[in-house]
Design a protein around this ligand. Structure first.
Ligand code: SF4
Length: 289
């Protein structure tokens, strides 16, 4: 439904939050922030007013922000992640209202991890061994975002360390000639879905504020979204990965390249050439090709 006014947007956000809170309660989540209806309304209203002062979400101004030949030492700061005005993403980002103040105000990745604590905001907490937060350079120029931890990741506590992870590591180290430690790697959901099933919408909604905060802290210049869930979540779209990949998109002013997930490549090795095309585009953007 199109949004015509701040009041309609407010009502949509309020309905969205009510639905979200109910789904969390049904899944046994405890510990939502203690917020009175009045202060919550004020919080939403403040968000709307802030959004109203912003430019609508537009194509990336990255080319204006970057040097012609990018270098880590001269890399300008990526723009602050901002909510967009009167768009579905404004409503989706209402999810951060459910973050505790400790999470909202953290400045570093260790602080964010500490604030997440022993998170039980969604039902994925029930089957995990541990939360798989993220790994790599906290100021990386390039961030890879995957879907969620698998068995190996759940056991080790590090993203992309199983067979698919080994393939991603080869893409980074052999294909891109970059050390794995130089990039940052994380997932949309931080806990392993049972039997490696796809993460469900309520789980993505519960965990996504952590991803948003991670990206806000790292401030990468480029993002590679690995697979359907990462690309569709970050780009607020239902467009299939087959149509998203191969083209640059924008996430909060940051250039984003969707590509196929390494786990898919293990099953469909013939499509490695498509990923290599996408990675070459990333290398060109980094001034490495
Ligand atoms: S997947 Fe995310 S939101 Fe759900 S329990 Fe794990 S850390 Fe919390």
């Amino acid at each position: 439904m199109a949004v015509h006014s701040s009041r309609e947007l407010f009502l949509q956000i309020a309905a969205s939050m009510q639905h979200y809170a109910e789904s969390l309660r049904e899944s046994g989540v405890l510990g939502l922030p203690q917020t009175s209806p009045h202060s919550l309304e004020e919080k939403v209203q403040a968000k709307l007013e802030t959004a109203g002062k912003m430019e609508p979400h537009v194509a990336a101004p990255v080319s204006q922000l970057l040097d012609a030949t990018p270098s880590r030492s001269r890399r300008p700061s990526a723009p602050q992640l901002q909510p967009t005005l009167a768009s579905p993403s404004s409503i989706m980002q209402a999810g951060d209202l459910f973050l505790t103040p400790e999470v909202q105000t953290v400045q570093t990745l260790p602080e964010l991890r500490a604030a997440i604590g022993d998170c039980r905001r969604c039902k994925l907490c029930q089957g995990r061994t541990q939360i798989v937060f993220g790994v790599g350079d906290p100021h990386a120029e390039l961030v890879f975002v995957g879907e969620g931890p698998g068995r190996d990741e759940d056991l080790k506590g590090e993203p992309f360390v199983g067979r698919a992870g080994q393939l991603l590591t080869e893409i980074i180290t052999k294909g891109m000639k970059i050390r794995r430690e130089e990039v940052y790697i994380c997932n949309v959901v931080k806990c392993r879905p049972p039997d490696n099933r796809n993460p469900e919408p309520d789980e993505i909604a519960a965990c996504e504020p952590f991803l948003i905060k991670q990206l806000e802290i790292v401030k990468p210049r480029l993002i590679v979204a690995l697979g359907t869930f990462a690309a569709q979540t970050l780009l607020r779209t239902k467009t299939p990965i087959s149509r998203l990949r191969g083209n640059w998109h924008t996430y909060q002013g940051i250039k984003l390249m969707p590509t196929l997930h390494p786990a898919y490549l293990l099953r469909n090795p013939a499509d490695k050439k498509l990923v290599w095309q996408d990675i070459q585009a990333v290398l060109r953007e980094m001034g490495r090709l």
